[in-house]
Design a protein around this ligand. Sequence first.
Ligand SMILES: N[C@@H](CCC(=O)N[C@@H](CS)C(=O)NCC(=O)O)C(=O)O
Length: 204
Amino acid sequence: MKLFSSPPSPYVRKVKITAAMKGVLERIEVVAADTNPPANAALIEQNPLGKIPVLVLDDGTRLFDSRVICEYLDNIGAAGTPRLFPEPGPDRWRTLTRAALADGIADAGVLIVYEKRFRNEDHWNAGWMGRQQGKVDAGLDTFEANPPGWTGSPDYSHIALACCLGHLDFRHEGRWRVNRPKLVAWLERFAAEVPAYAETMPHA
Ligand SMILES: N[C@@H](CCC(=O)N[C@@H](CS)C(=O)NCC(=O)O)C(=O)O
């Protein structure tokens, strides 16, 4: 399998951590993808949206986005590895909704990065960036009020939350840590239990 990838992406990181937890990382060839035109032509052939991650299976099937890829890897994982997506039922809806909140925080964080990257500073839209920051803060406050615990192994939603916080550390100077001690402790526990978190630190 080939994973179209870039080291800073929190969504790619979700896939790599999932692959490690499911014992399938060595079956994946990581392909560096450029998301910027014109060099993104190769990526657009795999995903018309021009976004990473994309997982190309050995039979040529293309999977995106990160949630779909992670669920696929959960299904092909090695025997004895933990189940990351619960079966249909209340646990599954809770896990998927929690992961959607974590991804939504990351999405808002990425939009702020793009606003600064793709516009000159005198054209930055403060109202738009403030609106996105509001989503980041509200989402984080929700998690701080009730950090999602686990018994046994973290699940997909915990991976998504860890990667979202990792993105905020990498691209937003870790400001999320101020006044959120429970979430800071939560991430320390996740990192201690999931070695792939340290192994997939984002970098330029
Ligand atoms: N919902 C998607 C989000 C993917 C995404 O936004 N990836 C970013 C990199 S972090 C990207 O490829 N951006 C390029 C673009 O938007 O043109 C997922 O979970 O995979």
